[in-house]
Design a protein around this ligand. Structure first.
Ligand code: GLN
Length: 549
C-alpha cells in the first residue's frame, strides 16, 4: 500500500507575540478540515519546563489539560475548539521535553556510541515528534506552531527542524509567518518595515515564508501588499491581510475569503474538496445576532500584571461561557472580579455582585484570595444567584457550606490548613507519597476520568445520561467522611467516580442553580457544542435575568 502523503504547515511569528498566531494556526486547520482533509496541530513551546503544569498562569496563560492528561498551553485549547478534535500528548512539546528525550535516549545507548549534538540531534527529535503526531492522527495536514517570535534565541532549534524537514520533503512543507503591521498614532500610516525585518530574520535561519499573514487593526491595502511582496520575496497573493476581528471565530471565514485555503491546497498540491464552512457561517450569525447581555462574574485571583491580559489565565472558561451564551441568543458580558478585593472588603461583596446574572469561581491553587471567593459563594448560595464552581471553585463551595450550613466553623482544605479539625477537602491517597517525595511535575490526577451521575439530579438532566467522561487536574478531593452530612443538608454529591469513592459533582437542592464540578468542563466546550454544565448555568442565569431586569 502506498504510504499516505503527509503535509506540514509551520507557523512562525514575527515582530511581536500576542497577535493571534495560535488562532491563525487553528483557523488555517479549520479551513483545511472544511475541505474534507484530515488535520491535526502541534504546538511547540520554547520553555525548558517539560509541561505547562509548573508554570504560573499569570506568566504563561492558562494550563490546558488534554484528554490523556497532558498539561499544555492555551493554544492546544484553541486547536480543539477550532478543529473539533481531541489533542493529545503527541500534539504538544516544549524544549524541556525534547531535550529530556534526547538525553534519556543517550543514557539508554540509543545513539549507538556517536556524539550527540545539539544540531542535528535536537531538531531531529523535534521532527520525529511532529511526524509522530501526523501518524497518530492519520493527518493529511499537520499544522505546527512554533512558539515565540523569530529572532529570539529560544526557538532557533525549532526553526532548524522546519528547515531540515523542508529539505527532506520539499513538496510537503510550507512555512507561514504571522506578522504584525503597526500603525503608529503619530503617523497614522501602516508600517511594513518590521515585517520586512522579520522575514530577513527568518531567511537567516534558512527559511523563506511561503505566505505571510499580516495582522493589523485595519486591512492591508493593495499598494502595501505589493510592497511587502516585493521586499519579502513572495507574490502579492501570498500576503494575507488579517485585520482585527470582532470574534476569534470569524477568523476561519476571513482567511477563507482572503483565499488562503485555496492557496495552501494549491501550493501543497493536495486533492481536496470544496470547503464546507456552513457550521462556521451559522456560528458567525449566532454571534452577531445575539441580543441582551448576560452578565457573568468570574471571581478569580489572577489580576492584571503588566501587559498580561487577565482573561488569558482562564481562557477556556471565558470561551465556554461565550459558547453557552451565544447558543441561547444572549450576548456574553464577562465581569472579572478580583477575589482579593472581596477578601479585603467583605462588606463590598453584595454591591460588587449585585446585578450579575450568575457567578463562576474557576480553578486555582493556594490561599491567595480564597476567603474572597468563599464570600462570593456564600452570597450566591444565600441570594439564590446561579453559581458554577470549577475544580477549586467546587472545593471552596464545599468549604463554604461546611462552615455556614453544617456549622463546622474551621472547615477547610488541607491544601491551605493542614491542621483543620474538619478537612472537608483533603489530599487524595495517591498524592500523599508524591508530595512527600517532592514530585510535583505532572503528578496530579490528570486527564479524562469516568463519572456516574445519579438519577433525578440537575446534573443528570443537563447531561441527559448516566456515564460521562471529564478532564481533571487536581491533588485534593471532597472528603467522603463528610459526604452523608452534606447530602442530608442538601448539598448532594450528584456525580461520583465509578467505584463511588470520589465526589465529582456537587449540587445544592432547592437553589435555582448551584453546582460544582471537581473536573474542568471548560476544556471540552466547543463553539458549536457548548458544554451542558455551562449551558445549564447560562440558561438558568438568563431566566433569573428576566426577573432582575
Ligand atoms: N488546588 C486544588 C487541588 O489541587 C484545585 C485545583 C484546580 O482548581 N485545578 O485540588
Amino acid at each position: 500500500m502506498a504510504k499516505r502523503r503527509r503535509a506540514f504547515v509551520f507557523i512562525t511569528g514575527g515582530v511581536m507575540s500576542g497577535v493571534g498566531k495560535g488562532v491563525a494556526c487553528a483557523s488555517i486547520g479549520a479551513i483545511m478540515k472544511a475541505r474534507g482533509l484530515r488535520v491535526t496541530a502541534v504546538k511547540i513551546d520554547p520553555y525548558i519546563n517539560v509541561d505547562a503544569g509548573t508554570m504560573n498562569p499569570v506568566e504563561h496563560g492558562e494550563v490546558f489539560i488534554t484528554r490523556d492528561g497532558d498539561e499544555t498551553d492555551q493554544d492546544i485549547g484553541n486547536y480543539e475548539r477550532f478543529l473539533g478534535e481531541d489533542m493529545l500528548k503527541v500534539n504538544y512539546m516544549t524544549t524541556g521535553r525534547v531535550y529530556l528525550s534526547v538525553i534519556q535516549r543517550e543514557r539508554a545507548l540509543g545513539y549507538g556510541g556517536k556524539t550527540v549534538e545539539v544540531v542535528p540531534d535536537v531538531p531531529l527529535e523535534v521532527i520525529n515528534r511532529v511526524k509522530a503526531a501526523a501518524e497518530h492522527h492519520d493527518a493529511d495536514v499537520t499544522m505546527v506552531e512554533i512558539g515565540g517570535t523569530v529572532g529570539e534565541y529560544q526557538n532557533v532549534l525549532f526553526l532548524e527542524a522546519a528547515r531540515m524537514l523542508q529539505l527532506e520533503k520539499p513538496n510537503d512543507v510550507l512555512i507561514g509567518l504571522v506578522s504584525y503591521l503597526p500603525i503608529p498614532t503619530a503617523l497614522g500610516e501602516m508600517k511594513t518595515k518590521p515585517t520586512q525585518y522579520a522575514v530577513r530574520t527568518l531567511n537567516s535561519a534558512g527559511l523563506q515564508p511561503d505566505f505571510i499573514i499580516g495582522r493589523s487593526s485595519v486591512p492591508i491595502d493593495e499598494p502595501r501588499k505589493r510592497k511587502l511582496a516585493a521586499h519579502c520575496n513572495i507574490r502579492a497573493e501570498d500576503m494575507i491581510s488579517a485585520p482585527d476581528a470582532a470574534s476569534i471565530y470569524d477568523v476561519p471565514l476571513h482567511l477563507e475569503r482572503e483565499g488562503l485555503g485555496k492557496l495552501l491546497v494549491g501550493k501543497l498540491r493536495l486533492r481536496a474538496g470544496r470547503p464546507n464552512l456552513r457550521a462556521w457561517k451559522a456560528l458567525g450569525q449566532r454571534i452577531a445576532k445575539n441580543r441582551n447581555g448576560l452578565h457573568i462574574g468570574i471571581v478569580s485571583k489572577y489580576t492584571a500584571s503588566g501587559t498580561f491580559s487577565l482573561s488569558d489565565a482562564y481562557l477556556s472558561v471565558a470561551e465556554a461561557i461565550k459558547h453557552a451564551c451565544w447558543s441561547i441568543g444572549r450576548k456574553p458580558r464577562l465581569d472579572w472580579i478580583d477575589a482579593e478585593e472581596l477578601e479585603a472588603h467583605p462588606k463590598r461583596v453584595p454591591n460588587r455582585l449585585k446585578g450579575l446574572h450568575g457567578i463562576i469561581v474557576p480553578g486555582g491553587f493556594g490561599g491567595r484570595g480564597i476567603e474572597g471567593k468563599i464570600h462570593a459563594i456564600r452570597y450566591a448560595r444565600e441570594k439564590k444567584l446561579p453559581f458554577l464552581g470549577l475544580c477549586y471553585g467546587m472545593q471552596l463551595a464545599t468549604i463554604e457550606f461546611a462552615r455556614h450550613v453544617l456549622g463546622l466553623k474551621r472547615a477547610h482544605t488541607t491544601e491551605i490548613d493542614p491542621d483543620t479539625p474538619d478537612p472537608v477537602i483533603h489530599l487524595m491517597n495517591e498524592q500523599e507519597e508524591k508530595m512527600k517525595d517532592g514530585q510535583y511535575g505532572g503528578t496530579m490526577r490528570l486527564g479524562e476520568y469516568a463519572c456516574r451521575i445519579k438519577p433525578k439530579t440537575v446534573a443528570r438532566s443537563l447531561y441527559g445520561r448516566e456515564h460521562i467522561f471529564e478532564r481533571h487536574r487536581h491533588r485534593y478531593e471532597f472528603n467522603p467522611f463528610y459526604r452523608e452530612r452534606f447530602d442530608e443538608a442538601g448539598l448532594i454529591s450528584s456525580g461520583l467516580s465509578p467505584d463511588g469513592s470520589l465526589t465529582e459533582i456537587i449540587e445544592l437542592n432547592g437553589h435555582p442553580f448551584f453546582m460544582g464540578s471537581q473536573f474542568h468542563p471548560e476544556c471540552v466546550s466547543h463553539p458549536m457544542r457548548p458544554h451542558p454544565l455551562f449551558l445549564g448555568f447560562a440558561a438558568r442565569a438568563a431566566r433569573s435575568s428576566r426577573s432582575l431586569d
